[in-house]
Design a protein around this ligand. Sequence first.
Ligand code: AMP
Length: 391
Amino acid sequence: MEQQNFAVINAGSSSLKFSLFAATPAGPVRRIRGQIAEINSAPIFSARIGTHSAEPDRLLGESYSGHHRCLDFLLAWLEQHAQVHAAGHRVVHGGLHFSQPVVLNTAIIKELETLIPLAPLHQPHNLQPIHALARLHPGLMQVACFDTAFHASKRKEAQQFPLPATLKDAGVRRYGFHGLSYEYIAMKLKEVDPALAPKRVVVAHLGNGASMCALHQGKAVDSTMGLTAADGLPMGTRSGSLDPGVVFFMAREMNMSLDTIEDILYRQSGLKGLSGLTHDMRLLEQSNDPQAHGAIDLFVYRIQQQFGALSASLGGIDGAVFTAGIGENSSLVRGKILKGLQWLGFELDDQANATHATCITTRQSNIPAYVIPTDEDLMIAHHVQQILSSR
Ligand code: AMP
């Protein structure tokens, strides 16, 4: 049988990341990965085939600006290497209806558009390449995989806000995000520690966007994010959880408009707002400024608090996993977090932590903590291959 290849597309506000996978009996294998940066101005294309750069970064220029032209270019480029049989997309919000990956059609795309108010900063960008591909290649199978979907299994209390029912009926619920990352970690944990995988595990996805998820039997029980990706932990530039009174204060006493408040809570807060310097953990770690260290300490403190909260959701904790940019690379942040969690049973192995070993707790530790690199696009690829093989 002919080998089937498919693209995975992860579109953000200014960049479009892509991979090309081949479906194999052992699962999807990544052949190509790359990105188009600056898609709205003068796009820059870069790609790697296997471990080699396919070609030097290529400035596509203003005539390629916009998703439609970039995807037209990308598909033609990919087709030079392999026939593309399908495309899988990361879509942040699946609302109440989509708790599984779905093959897209016009009606479903329209329904996903109605969810834009629930994720105004992400959903429109995720849908752009879907529209563009539907126009460019109407026959190409497109699959949407949702960041919210993995959280559909959360316990009932973890899905609700204590608000009047009219708001719940309008879709104001605690959905949860980074679901493709958690689903991937749950899958990988079966290889890393098969005995731990079905038990009570807290996963910390710590990147520019940051959240935590409580897993039991490999399924989500609770998470730190709610209606939007602004809830929970402080992040690179997002505040995370706030007393709602802060928003009233900003509006009434400081005469800020909704747009200004949104900009502050999404783009000027978190590590950037606290430090007054940058959202970038690497730079904060290198800085001598006490505010940079204060920002790291508050980030660590909130994560430690959530370890307690999510352990309560699970009725205990049997292990932890760190992932994403900070979780995978910052021994400083991981070390600070775990040193404050001895009461839960973690005993940090300083040497293992410093060298980013997979297990960063000692042999004597009551419960283990792991570092597992996440791969959301590979998770999407697994879903697309499953759908392709079932048709
Ligand atoms: P992500 O959104 O998952 O790409 O994560 C981005 C975050 O990871 C940024 O705050 C980076 O500074 C941080 N990060 C990446 N590499 C390192 C590193 N070696 N040490 C500390 N933080 C890092």
